[in-house]
Design a protein around this ligand. Structure first.
Ligand SMILES: Cc1cc2nc3c(=O)[nH]c(=O)nc-3n(C[C@H](O)[C@H](O)[C@H](O)COP(=O)(O)O)c2cc1C
Length: 146
């Protein structure tokens, strides 16, 4: 079983969320690679059984530019076997809150075995930490069912 969290973060909010989710996976004894997207080779994607994507949103709910290659890899490669989740941070001041999470969700629903999504307002708070636990529950339960 090969698992990864692939994320991007400029001001640290999504990185914090990725670290919390990573700790939760390790607590479940699921060894998980925690990889900033700049260090991820999209050609390696199909080697994984479980991938959680973490992204902030930009420019009216758009994907950050650095996420485009991994987004396209999911669209173009045979990744139906991968159980996926997508999480992100955003700011509800903007009209399309966590729009990049929605873009990944819609694509991953078609291309992969999408298990769960999570949206967080800026910096994760205590109730978000509980949601991270649920996020990992959903992800790992789906993994067993596949
Ligand atoms: C120019 C700009 C545009 C943004 N656009 C959106 C947006 O459309 N939707 C949203 O939910 N958040 C938007 N945000 C907020 C960021 O997604 C949010 O601050 C996020 O937590 C940053 O993540 P990071 O700390 O991991 O870099 C925007 C922020 C900036 C600076």
């Amino acid at each position: 079983m090969k698992a990864a969290i692939i994320y991007t973060s400029v001001t640290g909010n999504t990185a914090t969320l990725a670290e919390i989710i990573h700790e939760n996976m390790e607590k479940r004894h699921i060894a998980t690679d925690l990889i900033p997207v700049d260090s991820f080779d999209p050609a390696a994607l199909s080697n994984y059984d479980m991938v959680a994507i973490g992204t902030y949103s930009w420019d009216d709910g758009e994907l950050p530019m650095e996420m485009e290659d991994v987004f396209e890899a999911f669209e173009e490669e045979d990744v139906q076997h991968i159980t996926t989740g997508v999480f992100g941070t955003g700011d509800s001041f903007y009209s399309h809150f966590c729009g990049a999470v929605d873009l990944f969700r819609d694509m991953l629903y078609v291309q992969s075995n999408l298990a769960v999504t999570l949206k967080v307002e800026l910096t994760p708070q205590d109730d978000d930490i509980m949601k991270c636990d649920k996020f990992c529950d959903r992800l790992t339960n789906q993994l067993v069912l596949v």
